[in-house]
Design a protein around this ligand. Structure first.
Ligand code: ZN
Length: 111
């Protein structure tokens, strides 16, 4: 895999003057599993295998993927099997992931 596809991670600048918000939002996107070393390693190797955003690719655009997305969004009580199921993973760029996260949320809220 050519190395130029791998983009360096953009570090978010910390803003110490902004008080930390309490994480009252129990949305799946705050799943603690995303913050484990295991996931980070998995994500890294997944993006090595899938360096391009799949959504962009579908519409003929080439964008470097930055995140591993769960195709079928996780619900709060989802098992580890669903979380780690490779069949349910796709590589997305930040923009596509944000857009998908919004529609997923709408879908989950609009029961
Ligand atoms: Zn994309």
């Amino acid at each position: 895999m050519p190395a130029f596809f791998i983009m360096p991670e953009i570090k978010k600048s910390k803003k110490p003057w902004i008080p930390k918000k309490k994480k009252t939002n129990k949305s799946w996107s705050f799943d603690p599993r995303y913050h484990t070393m295991q996931w980070r390693k998995y994500r890294q190797s997944f993006l090595m295998d899938n360096p391009l955003c799949m959504e962009c690719k579908r519409v003929g655009k080439i964008n470097a993927a930055m995140v591993v997305d769960h195709i079928k969004p996780l619900s709060q009580d989802d098992s580890d099997h669903n979380f780690w199921n490779k069949e349910n993973h796709q590589a997305l760029c930040k923009r596509c992931n944000n857009r998908k996260a919004r529609t997923d949320k709408l879908r989950t809220n609009g029961k």
